[in-house]
Design a protein around this ligand. Structure first.
Ligand code: NAD
Length: 355
């Protein structure tokens, strides 16, 4: 894939193998010269590479990002940034690290550059989820949107196969729900369709050969597009159910999205088949069953029971996921969500439209 630059709204995008080395230029373009690199403890090595690329503009490293963006960690990181007189932030990692960068930037106004190493897509959304005292809250504010993103597929070459597959399916879930979003537009639909197609091809190549460069390139390109639509339009039943399973039952984020996707999209496809035609086309079949077969073919988990979910919690999950009304293209109730969850728990294929 050729190297290209893209600018839209507030965010600048640099895409291409080797573009990580442009980090210092991006910091200079923001008129900054004291950058703090953020990472998880597991990714200190790549964070150190970021510091090497930054040269004298590196002001420090905070490698304590964790899942769910706890407010205590953010406050500690803000104090660290103050202590080293940071004038910008570089998040290198997955959605958890990007979340920390967004949380600091939101509080301090520091410019924020993200270098994603998974397919989560958070780097191009104005959404910040954070937790305090076990409660998750979400902020949707243009101030949260990072200033620039460097998509260097080389940094995803190390992403383990299992994580690549579920992270990619998590990205696809954003694009799938964007196709029927109430506030969708022709551009979001084009982006979502292209994102699904690129991610589908990318993951298929990676599943066969995790070192496939065309596969890694296509998947990261797809992740950008899928993340972009997540930031532009509203999500529905799929995201609500996954939010419930993650928030109330501590289920793993990307894996849960991967398992639920065929069931929620299959359910909605029966109400809006026209809007989900891009999925039927890209995956060559009826959306629910076709997504299920595709997920299996690339080695994704397909059953909540295999992710450690407790069957006795299915009733409560259905009840929580339907406790507050929200828009979805197909009406639903506790019983229909319970049925979807049972199928997902068992690892059964979603029903065909005619069944
Ligand atoms: P993650 O950031 O939690 O990363 C998972 C693990 O993988 C971490 O230990 C990380 O260090 C490691 N890792 C990341 N990249 C790697 C690589 N290339 N090689 C080896 N290891 C690597 O997981 P995620 O799925 O990227 O992000 C999930 C989080 O992001 C969730 O909390 C979710 O809510 C959030 N999210 C937010 C938005 C948004 O718009 N706000 C969008 C999507 C996801």
């Amino acid at each position: 894939m050729n190297h290209f630059s893209y600018k839209a709204g507030a965010a600048r995008i640099e895409f291409g193998r080797g573009s990580f080395a442009r980090l210092r230029d991006l910091v200079s373009d923001l008129a900054c010269n004291r950058a703090v690199v953020l990472a998880t403890a597991q990714q200190t090595e790549i964070a150190q590479s970021a510091q090497n690329h930054l040269g004298p503009t590196a002001a420090g490293l905070y490698a304590r990002a964790v899942m769910h963006t706890p407010v205590e960690v953010t406050e500690d990181a803000v104090a660290y940034c103050d202590s080293v007189q940071a004038d910008c932030l570089i998040s290198v990692g997955g959605g958890s690290t990007t979340g920390l960068g967004k949380a600091i930037s939101y509080r301090t106004g520091l410019p924020h550059i993200v270098v994603p190493t998974t397919y989560a897509g958070s780097e191009v959304t104005p959404i910040l989820g954070q937790t305090e005292g076990g409660l998750k809250t979400t902020i949707n504010d243009p101030k949260v949107l990072p200033n620039a993103v460097i998509y260097d597929p080389e940094l995803t070459d190390s992403l383990p196969l299992k994580m690549s597959v579920v992270s990619g399916l998590n990205a696809m879930a954003h694009a799938a729900e964007a196709l029927y979003a109430q506030n969708r537009n022709p551009i979001s639909t084009v982006l979502a369709t292209e994102g699904l197609s690129a991610m589908k091809d990318g993951l298929a190549l990676i599943a066969t050969d995790p070192n496939s460069k065309p596969g890694r390139d296509a998947a990261l390109y797809g992740a950008w597009l899928c993340g972009t639509v997540l930031g532009q339009v509203g999500m529905a039943l799929h995201h609500k159910i996954c939010h419930t399973l993650g928030g109330s039952f501590n289920m793993p984020h990307a894996e849960t999205h991967a398992v639920m996707l065929p069931h929620t999209i299959g359910y909605n496809a029966q109400a809006v088949p026209e809007l989900l035609k891009p999925i039927a086309r890209v995956f060559d079949g009826e959306p629910g069953p076709a997504l299920f077969n595709y997920a299996k073919s690339i080695g994704s988990p397909v059953a909540l029971k295999d992710l450690g979910f407790n069957e006795a919690d299915l009733d409560r999950a259905a009840s929580i996921a339907t406790s507050n009304p929200y828009w979805n293209p197909r009406p639903f109730d506790e019983a229909s969500v319970r049925e979807m969850l049972q199928n997902a728990f068992d690892g059964a294929a979603p029903p065909h439209a005619t069944e």
